[in-house]
Design a protein around this ligand. Sequence first.
Ligand code: TYD
Length: 138
Amino acid sequence: METSVERCTILDLPKISDPRGNLTFVEGDRHVPFNIQRVYYLYDVPGGAERGGHAHKQLEQLIIAMSGSFDVVLDDGVNQKRVHLNRSYNGLYVCPMIWRELDNFSSGSVCMVLASNKYDEADYYRDYQQFLHVRNHK
Ligand code: TYD
């Protein structure tokens, strides 16, 4: 299946507004287009740090700024786009075969990622030239 940065869009998650505090929920296969198999989060990110710097062969993800803000730079080998995340009720859907980098973390920010599969190092491309080669020779 061809994947592109155009397919990576911001999803609006349900938000129950309440004077006692707002509530957002995510159900697999309903609010995200995959079954959620794993959740991980980045926190205590020092100023100026960059995360990511890889692509996944099969994995689908939803990236949420639980607190604070950061940018996600997406790259399908041809087109790039930078997405700023700063709302707990928004999630950035990232389809397979997209190189991503995360930067511009605000202090105290928390990045939560919902993933369609368990951790598998064999699913990663960690070398950008190799990723480009695979993308452009399909
Ligand atoms: P990595 O995916 O490279 O982090 P990021 O994209 O946020 O920069 O993972 C960093 C390290 O953590 C790497 O050694 C693999 C390990 N890791 C797990 O063991 N399980 C996981 O679910 C994730 C996401 C990473």
